[in-house]
Ligand binder design. Structure first.
Ligand code: HEC
Ligand code: HEC
Length: 616
């Protein structure tokens, strides 16, 4: 219902030409433009991605966690703070042995029984932890043509930059052509399905059609035989013929890229380019225009800030060789979504604090890039030569990666705090992309205006009046009264005391908005649930004196009434709204209000409301 109304609102506003630009999906939301069946597959895939696999279903015997979302949890499908451990043996000549016969190079930290618990074998002399990366936007990354990734290897964007494609086979097509690896810290896999099969087997011990063989605890086949109770492969088709690994692939492929706000034009990005960050953190790709791709993924301009190549990071790397990636090579991580990511670097060595301290601190991200032997050292040095103000401009740009539009306080929830800041910004300007208020200027025309407000209404998350639509959409569409013009439905603000005594009918009287004893206060006298186009009487008294006038109905204002308002009528929906202005020169006074409608046969009395208005 809610999502229907939301998309309805978007459609109506878009049809009226009010929205210059649709807001970007939030972190963890699906791609824009999915068809209904694709949306269903996204939802079903999300269920499997969060499913805690049981031992009976095939978890283990050795594993790291029992659900994908146990690690990819911020938000579901995103990055996480859990790390996994890799180990191996590096001999004096620099040859790496992953110690596969002892269960390497990935350690499974948990087991379904202590008897088969893995440990880092004593033969290992290298261990490295790896942080959980994000799967947001993976369908878009997957849709980049191999040749477009290879182009940055063939024509390096700057001297001293020598990224390489990590060419790999798809697990689903092991004898097929080599593909440009792009996923994982070593760009070790090329497709989302490959990673799903790999993660299911290696992180959860859930064997599948791509990787049907269970990992033996530290290589011990006897222990495996004793504890692996479920026949392999453990994954298999569901009622629709789709396997678990297909379902989770759907979810990850249809996850939208993290938003970037403002979308373009920050000075910090220009500086990021000048000091050479963009030589590896490449801003823009266009996904392949391949007919086999869904329209939501095809021919899309994306801004991942990665070249998906592996680079020599010198002594700051992990010294774990994996496939064709050497111990010193690490894939450039996409920076989209960065502001929500903590810890950072492959092993999480940069953690805590603020984004600013994670970037600039004495052991921050820039410092890591400067490591001995790192291809990024020149860029880190150029960054170090910037003025502090310029460094902070780069940090401000990095902070835009993952920020939702309109999210003033950056908490990823679009609520009244953001709305209040929006109101402050409205009418001001012109704002450049560097102005914090630019996050409200979604069409980037320099001004926070009604077109931006209409766009905000489609993604605002508060529904204080329980209408099923967003409050902002309700107010803009006139579905909720907002006499004081703050875009918050009056019924969610100060409501005058309801004295009760509702009669036999459904007629409801409310008086909500500002506190009516303050200067310039406004509120709405609202009658609802009456008969359509019916005459309305409003009685006003100075005290309550409820007395029965029919078998069920009380007349509340003390008689004689100070006023009896006639000549009003309900609208076609059986409602009536009157703006009321508070404050003024009179002393603060309590009034008792009650309304009645007449449907041609009888009067129907509303509840009574004590309304306090007056001086200040
Ligand atoms: C124990 C924690 C953990 C669990 C459980 C887990 N992952 Fe991961 N995931 C990671 C880590 C750590 C990485 C980085 C691994 C690397 O590059 O070596 C990662 C990387 C990925 C990536 C690569 C993203 C990129 O571009 O870097 C994908 C895709 C992925 N995981 C999918 C899954 C799926 C699907 C599941 C469930 C079947 C899953 N993961 C379960 C920790 C986990
Ligand atoms: C030579 C290529 C290269 C250049 C130039 C480069 N980076 Fe990186 N960057 C990387 C690689 C590779 C990593 C991951 C290294 C690792 O984790 O071991 C990384 C990691 C990062 C991270 C952490 C991401 C995460 O998820 O942990 C940030 C932030 C970052 N770089 C920003 C910058 C900035 C800012 C600059 C310019 C001063 C820059 N990079 C220059 C290759 C580069």
């Amino acid at each position: 219902m809610r999502s229907f109304e939301l998309s309805f609102t978007v459609a109506v506003f878009a049809a009226q030409g009010l929205i210059a630009q649709a807001p970007q999906p939030k972190m963890g939301a699906p791609l824009a433009g999915l068809t209904a069946p694709q949306m269903q597959r996204f939802v079903a895939g999300r269920v499997d991605f969060t499913h805690q696999t049981t031992v009976g279903e095939g978890l283990g015997p050795i594993f790291n966690q029992s659900a994908c979302s146990s690690c990819h949890n911020n938000p579901v499908g995103g990055p996480g703070s859990i790390t996994v451990t890799r180990f191996g043996y590096l001999d004096g000549k620099g040859t790496f042995d992953p110690l596969a016969s002892l269960g390497g190079s990935l350690l499974q930290q948990l087991a379904i029984d202590v008897a088969c618990q893995e440990i880092v074998p004593s033969a290992a002399n290298v261990t490295a932890t790896r942080v959980t990366t994000s799967t947001l936007g993976l369908g878009l990354i997957e849709a980049i043509a191999d040749a477009d990734i290879a182009a940055n290897e063939l024509t390096p964007p700057a001297p001293g930059i020598s990224g390489r494609v990590h060419w790999v086979h798809e697990l689903e097509n092991p004898t097929g052509p080599l593909r440009a690896g792009r996923f994982g810290w070593k760009a070790q896999l090329a497709t989302v399905l490959s990673f799903s099969g790999d993660a299911a087997q290696n992180e959860m011990g859930f064997t599948n059609r791509l990787l049907p063989t269970e990992n033996a605890p530290n290589g011990n086949l006897a222990l495996l035989a004793a504890w692996d109770g479920v026949a392999d492969p453990e994954d298999g088709p569901d009622g629709n013929g789709l396997h678990f690994i297909d379902r989770i692939t759907d979810f990850q492929r249809y996850l939208a890229a993290p938003p970037q706000t403002p979308r373009a034009g920050m000075t910090g990005e220009a500086i990021f380019n000048t000091v050479g960050c963009a030589a590896c953190h490449v801003a823009t790709f266009t996904t392949a225009n391949a007919p086999a791709l869904e329209p939501a993924l095809r021919n899309k301009i994306i801004h991942p800030y990665s070249d998906f190549l592996v680079h020599d990071m010198g002594v700051a790397a992990d010294f774990i060789e994996q496939g064709g990636a050497s111990g010193q090579e690490v894939r450039t991580p996409p920076l989209w979504g960065l502001r929500n990511r903590d810890p950072l670097w492959h092993d999480g060595r940069v953690a805590g604090g603020t984004l600013e301290t994670r970037m600039l601190g004495p052991a921050g991200i820039i410092f890591q890039h400067a490591a001995f032997g790192s291809e990024a050292a020149a860029s880190a040095a150029a960054f170090g030569n910037l003025t502090t103000a310029d460094q902070l401009r780069v940090v401000a740009f990095l902070d835009s990666l993952g920020r939702a539009e309109f999210d003033w306080n950056g908490d990823n929830v679009l609520d009244q705090v953001d709305l209040a800041a929006f109101r402050d910004a409205m009418g001001g300007g012109p704002f450049t992309a560097d102005d914090p208020k630019a996050i409200f200027d979604i069409d980037q025309n320099g001004f926070v205006d009604s077109a931006d407000l209409a766009a905000f209404a489609t993604v605002y998350e508060v529904d204080c009046n329980g209408s099923g639509g967003t409050d902002l959409a309700d107010v803009l569409a006139g579905l909720a009264a907002d006499s004081n013009g703050n875009y918050i439905p009056d019924v969610c603000e100060h409501c005058q005391l309801d004295l009760g005594f509702a009669g036999g009918g459904s007629l409801l009287l409310t008086m909500c908005g500002d506190v009516m004893t303050t200067a310039g206060s406004k509120g709405t006298f609202e009658l609802s649930a009456g008969p359509a186009n019916a005459p309305v009487l409003v009685g006003i008294g100075i005290a309550a004196n409820p007395h029965l006038v029919t078998a069920t109905e009380f007349l509340v204002p003390l008689e004689p009434m100070v006023a009896l308002v006639i000549g009003l009528a309900t609208d076609a929906n059986g409602g009536l709204r009157l703006p009321i202005f508070g404050g003024g020169v009179l002393p603060t006074t309590d009034w008792v209000f009650q309304a009645a409608t007449f449907d041609g046969v009888a009067f129907d009395l509303s509840n009574a409301v004590l309304i306090t208005v007056g001086g200040f």
